[in-house]
Design a protein around this ligand. Sequence first.
Ligand SMILES: Cc1ncc(COP(=O)(O)O)c(C=O)c1O
Length: 433
Amino acid sequence: MNELSIFPIGTSINQSGHLAIAGYDLVELANQYGTPLYIYDGATVKSQIERLNQLLKGYYPGEALLAYASKAYLSFQFARKLARWGIGLDVVSLGEIRIAQKAAFPPSVVHLHGNNKSEAELQAAMDWGIQAIVVDNLEELEILEQMAAQRQQRVRIWLRITPDLSVNTHPHIQTAHAESKFGFHLENGEADDALQHVLSSPWFEVSGLHTHLGSQIFETEPYRMAIEMLCEFSARNNYIPPEISPGGGWGVRYTPTDPDDDAEQWVRTVSGAIQEAAIRYDWPYPRLVLEPGRWLVARAGVAVYRAGSQKTTPTGSRLVAIDGGLADNPRVALYQARYIARVVERPLEAPTQTVRIVGKFCESGDILIPQVNLPPLKRGEHLVVPVAGAYQLSMASNYNYAARPTVLWLEDGEIEVLQQREQPDQSGWLVSE
Ligand SMILES: Cc1ncc(COP(=O)(O)O)c(C=O)c1O
């Protein structure tokens, strides 16, 4: 498989032989904006959104809504674009709610997740009148019911149902197994109790059911099974769900050898399973709410680093250190995510060395790529890591007082700064007097 196929769609090799995105030379961008530098290709995000919307139109006969899982990457500028494009949003915190409000999302397309929502988060969601608060557990149900009664306000909710299914992905990104911290479990009957309770409460409008299996999933069968279980559960409780969300989680290719990641089989399966249930139980088609995060933004983003110190260990490993790592990309340390890298200045040069790319942070586990074949790198040259658009910036930290990086958006011949590099002396997080 061609390596460029996992880079943003606007990637090319320019006349200087450098890697370019949307016509911009990455060496020049790195020199101008500094590194680590994160770059999003607008055309790729738009094309992913269009693809999913088209697939939903083609496969699902009822109404459908694409709701971006904002935990994958969110900033105010990016949220404004999403709102303009008319897609929905899955938020999980007061911070994400505030960004969605400021970006002018209509509340009718925003839903709130979380296994331990604070009263302030529940309150903000109720004040704003969002599409649904996704109730996660019995304690939250009680608190929300009390709050609704106190406010004399009926609240629109979904229930998050955990079908106790294990899927084939890293344990840290599974969410629907019997040990999961998320949702009402089917296996022990708590989901049935919860549904009966909310249906009989005057304070709840139960507008839908939700389940999310996990992330980086390439198999459709768990989705089909989960939807079947969700609908059977609904039917046995005499509940006809106006909305059903099978979550997000469809995988993306981080390396050229990963499985095909086109979303067609995913959308076909979830649409088919919901349609079948609607026919079986004689329901009108529920609104299908898909919640992808990674699939919409991962491929659109790249990370550009500057190569620094290099050494060969006594055991013969060749190490190349870059000026980022664990602080801007904790995915490798969290769940052994795999990446490739290319030399920005010489992407076509044949690799002659196997090296380990390590970060600059004070952890031995700060390894970005355990093994990658590259041409010999000179200090000051740049490495680009593709598929960097999801769960990197949003999980970035200030470890070792690192500043979170600049984020650029390239589209239609224009560069937009989505986020400025943090400045320790300006933003107040280094010293507050
Ligand atoms: C409830 C929920 N929905 C959707 C997503 C998005 O998953 P992905 O980015 O893999 O599509 C997540 C990710 O953790 C999630 O927790």
